[in-house]
Design a protein around this ligand. Structure first.
Ligand code: UDP
Ligand code: UDP
Ligand code: UDP
Length: 460
């Protein structure tokens, strides 16, 4: 806490988890705090998994010199074949005992700590011991949060096992979602990372002072209501929707896509499966065929490995010579990190073939770009369901989870044509963009939520 002209100012520390899908919303939240005169210390687990994360951090700290950076040096990583982002989350958690000295050295002393929902079980016992109020930033949808908060109870009962494939998951007679949306690892009988994480983290998140979520009230009214009205859990921590977390200035214009400037308004489909999803090689090629046959213009980000550092292959090796030549006629194809905000905010872009990582969904809403949803794993079907219900996009459910089947180029082409030609969807998404901007604008629901939190923290 510190004072400025007699007025107390909150000092907030943020600790993100591994991967751009977790880092980006923390950086955006930190930028929002700066704009509201909150003192920010940003704790960066070191090293990061991907090159992209370390580059994003350097650019960020260069743009926000007022933010204090604290490196959190992790224990030495053991080599294993597990998902690199998941194993990094484990590593951050097992390095938790190194946090207290780092926290006690911070001046002025902290008013509030904010961490990711994947780290709660390691962080909350530490902050509780020093009576530091701790909030959790939930980086997925509120709908996913209904499952996350109820999962320990569900996993402890036979409710999931006994449910038929087409059944609906219920908790105390409250319908949560159809079983078909649930991340498959959460339904497995055997232990796995996601199951363990949901049980451990959810159990601690409920001891937090509150949960911030990157969504907005009009977008996820029902799920937020179910949680805050005590239907999911009897006494939930208060959940505050503060999204869509807007991009900050230095995120923009790192890469100029001059090609886009020459395309007609709304004519381009942007194709990306996020920061950590690589499609199988044969599926990548079918997608290429689909893009070409659709007749649409496109910007296609091809990702060939989960972690950027490990991707040594040339684009042509991945998609093949013939496809490479044909693709150039109608589109732009990239095999590197692009500044997604630059693309989605470009007037030429009218559609987004997306895996529905939650940040991508919020960014599409923010920019009023319609989604053709192709969820691959994890929380993505839950998110795609939200997208479809609210009218931000369409979803071909029969495409299944990643690797379940090979979706043909012809099928992909047809669905792209339908989505890009859907005029009512185009108009609907512009309405959602307006609602998104209203939510974070002065007096909007997300703006109010954040303002109230900060005023409370200023009293701590
Ligand atoms: N992103 C980007 N460029 C890329 C790939 C991803 O800027 O080439 C950003 C995207 O805008 C989003 C984040 O990385 O903010 C990915 O998060 P999301 O939740 O959409 O998916 P995940 O990568 O976690 O599966
Ligand atoms: N994956 C993910 N989120 C999940 C589950 C899986 O991002 O909730 C990714 C992860 O990168 C993993 C890949 O999907 O490496 C395959 O995971 P899954 O557990 O489905 O495959 P398996 O372990 O059965 O090969
Ligand atoms: N998740 C979680 N704990 C973990 C890992 C993931 O709660 O340790 C959540 C995650 O945020 C999402 C869902 O589980 O709601 C699926 O995870 P996935 O890996 O697909 O998401 P990502 O880590 O890419 O955001």
């Amino acid at each position: 806490m510190s004072s400025s002209g007699g007025r107390k100012l909150a000092h907030v520390a943020l600790l993100p988890s591994a991967g751009m899908g977790h880092l980006t919303p923390f950086l955006r939240l930190a930028a929002l705090f700066v704009a509201r005169n909150v003192q920010v210390t940003f704790i960066t687990p070191h090293p990061t998994v991907s090159l992209t994360e370390s580059q994003a951090l350097s650019t960020f700290f260069a743009s926000f010199p007022q933010i204090k950076q604290k490196q959190f040096h992790l224990l030495q990583a053991e080599k294993n074949s597990f998902d690199p982002f998941f194993s990094h989350i484990e590593l951050i958690k097992s390095s938790g005992h190194l946090l207290p000295p780092l926290l006690s050295a911070l001046t002025p002393s902290l008013s509030v700590f904010i961490t990711d929902m994947t780290l709660a079980s390691a962080v909350i016992p530490i902050t509780q011991a020093i009576s530091l109020p701790t909030y959790v930033l939930f980086t997925s949808s509120a709908k996913m949060m209904t499952l996350f908060l109820s999962y320990p109870a569900l996993a402890g009962s036979r409710a999931l096992d006994d449910l038929e494939e087409t059944g609906v998951i219920k908790i105390r007679n409250l319908e949560l979602m159809p079983k078909s949306l649930v991340p498959p690892p959460l339904l497995q009988k055997s232990d796995n990372f996601l199951k363990k994480s949901f049980v451990e983290e959810s159990g601690k998140v409920i001891e937090s002072s509150g949960i911030l979520v990157n969504t907005f009230v009009s977008f996820e009214f029902e799920s937020l209501g179910k949680i805050n009205d005590g239907e999911v859990l009897e006494r939930p921590p208060s959940v505050v929707a503060i999204g869509p977390l807007p991009p900050y200035d230095s995120e923009k214009s790192r890469l100029q896509l001059a090609w886009l400037d020459d395309q007609p308004a709304g004519s381009v489909l942007y194709v990306s499966f996020g920061s950590r999803t690589a499609l199988a090689r044969d599926q990548i090629r079918e997608l290429g065929v689909g893009l070409i046959t659709s007749g649409s213009r496109f910007v296609w980000v091809v990702k060939n490995s989960i972690v950027d550092k490990e991707d040594g292959q040339e684009l042509e090796e991945v998609i093949g010579h013939e496809l490479m030549e044909r693709v150039k006629e109608k589109g732009l194809i990239v095999k590197s990190w692009v500044q997604q905000e630059d693309i989605l905010s470009h007037p030429a872009v009218g559609g987004f073939l997306s895996h529905c990582g939650w940040n991508s969904v919020m960014e599409a809403a923010w920019n009023g770009v319609r989604i053709l949803a192709w969820p691959q794993n994890g929380d993505q079907k839950v998110n795609a369901d939200v997208v479809e219900r609210i009218g931000l996009g369409t979803w071909v459910r029969s495409w299944g989870w990643s690797g379940e089947k090979l979706v043909s180029g012809a099928e992909i082409a047809e669905r792209i044509r339908e989505c890009m030609g859907n005029e009512s969807l185009r108009i609907q998404t512009l309405g959602i963009k307006e609602d998104a901007r209203k939510a974070v604008g002065f007096g909007g629901s997300s703006d109010k939520g954040l303002t109230e939190l900060i005023s409370m923290w200023n009293q701590f």
